[in-house]
Write a protein that binds this ligand. Structure first.
Ligand code: F0G
Length: 456
């Protein structure tokens, strides 16, 4: 018999409904495309009776701490440990979990010196079971897919969602269908989906093309979609913020900075921050800022050119392939959270991304290129005076260094930006490069390399 898990005294598990983010329509069920039956906009999950501030907040904090001592699977998950703020399960065994979450918050002393922000840290979501932040959302959404009786789950992906979905589907005894843009995702991510047994289709289009095809597919075939349009995903991803604030002893940092692609993650973190404030878990909101690659800057343009009122799509192009997205599905949710938290939205160049990634690597933790936009963006926000050096800043690193070895090898060998408009400017990155050295297998040769390195 599995060990019993703990539950919060005086706090009931959350009943939930779906609410349209545009017209506010409330419903108990959602269609397979997770769009409002009245106006077609996106849905979010809402907890009508879940906002009990005061003593409940203290009970929750104590209960979440207590669960860390438990041996049960659901308590060991860094997502389900916070289940009081997630859609309720009838029993603990229903959760499909790989013990996701529980990711470290690292200080970044070198990057702190480079940026002149002493209180700089990184929440490393790349240390999740499949190597990205997607696992936090996937454990919840895959669980509800199985509860709804689906045999098939599906997603469009730039790689990380598909790796995560395939893993959780396999763990939950479901089949999975992956739609990825051909030639535009890293082999590491693709190979994960294959290993976890997904039916993997490389479509001759981009991510946006894959996602729009999936939206049609789910209305025609009995597959459950696990993109971040699925609001269960965002509920799971909320726990990133809960865990972060717990690690900070419930003292809000001044800034949280997150990469923006399809904009699900920023929406989830923002939702969590507002819920935490409303519940009395934190007393003030951090500013949540979103950073995009210059070549995939739909949200930046939407805010600058349309005041956040209508989406300006772009033809996306960036070497940070995880965020190579031109038509972000959750743009409206992201605009809401930027407004609610007073955050900023910025864009960074390919060179800035490559430099920031090497700087995070030199901290001994590393991340994938899309995650490095956060450090590059911080530098910009500092220059603009939006972030002050004395403020505390948390960067959300979304993916593991090992997710994109081609980028890392290209950077260190010096051919990452060859043949692009950035080629000549990329010489500025040379001091950060550590190319592999091919030598004869002699002691003298290795000592020579050591001496050479000591001088540089
Ligand atoms: N960072 C990484 C490593 C990602 O894989 C993604 C998105 C993002 C940031 C952006 O997050 O979409 O919530 O704004 N990857 C998706 C995928 C789209 O299919 O793996 P977002």
């Amino acid at each position: 018999m599995p060990p019993l898990s703990t539950s919060a005294p005086g706090v009931r598990q959350a009943a939930f409904r779906f609410r349209c983010i545009a017209c506010g329509d409330l419903s108990d069920s959602a269609r397979q495309n997770f769009r409002c039956s009245q106006c077609g906009d996106l849905l979010e999950i809402t907890y009508p009776h879940g906002k009990e501030a005061g003593s409940a907040a203290q009970n929750l904090k104590a209960s979440w701490r207590q669960r860390r001592l438990s041996q049960s699977a659901i308590d060991q998950s860094g997502v389900w440990r916070f289940r009081d703020l997630l859609p309720a399960l009838a029993n603990d065994e229903q959760a499909i979990t790989l013990r996701e979450g529980n990711t470290p918050l690292y200080e970044l002393p070198r990057c702190a010196r480079i940026t002149g922000v002493p209180r700089l840290s990184a929440k490393h979501q790349g240390l999740n079971p499949t190597g990205s932040f997607k696992d936090a959302g996937m454990t919840v959404a895959a669980t509800f897919a199985r509860l709804a009786g689906f045999r098939w789950v599906a997603c469009a992906s730039t790689g990380n969602t598909s790796a995560s979905m395939a893993a959780y589907a396999a763990r939950g005894g479901m089949r999975s269908l992956v739609l990825v843009p051909e030639g535009k995702i890293s082999w590491s991510k693709l190979s994960q989906a294959l290993d976890y047994g997904a039916v993997t289709c490389q479509l001759r289009t981009d991510f946006d093309g894959c996602l729009s095809l999936l939206q049609e597919l789910v209305l025609r075939a009995p597959v459950y979609q696990l993109n971040s349009i699925n609001p269960f995903r965002l509920e799971g991803q909320k726990t990133l913020a809960l865990e972060l604030l717990e690690q900070l002893d419930w003292q809000s940092p001044d800034h949280i900075i997150v990469p923006g692609g399809n904009l699900g993650n920023s929406s989830a973190i923002g939702k969590a921050l507002v819920e935490m404030r409303d519940l009395g878990l934190i007393s003030r909101l951090p500013r949540l800022s979103v950073i995009q690659a210059e070549g995939a800057n739909a949200l930046v343009r939407t805010l600058r050119e349309a005041a956040g009122k209508r989406l300006i799509s772009v033809q996306a192009e960036t070497r940070a392939t995880a965020i190579r997205i031109g038509n972000p599905a959750s743009w409206k949710k992201a605009v809401h959270v930027l407004e609610a938290t007073g955050g900023a939205c910025e864009q960074v160049t390919e060179i800035e991304i490559a430099q920031a990634k090497a700087e995070i690597g030199a901290e001994g933790i590393g991340c994938e290129p899309a995650s490095a936009v956060t450090l590059a963006g911080l530098k910009k926000l500092l220059k603009q005076g939006f972030v002050k050096p004395e403020e505390s800043v948390v960067l959300v690193l979304t993916g593991n260094l090992l997710k994109d070895p081609d980028f890392t090898m290209g950077f260190h060998r010096g051919d990452l930006l060859k043949g692009t408009a950035d080629e000549s400017a990329s010489a500025a990155l040379n001091p950060l490069r550590r190319p592999p050295i091919v030598l004869d297998a002699t002691l003298e040769a290795v000592i020579g390399a050591l001496e050479q390195a000591e001088k540089s």
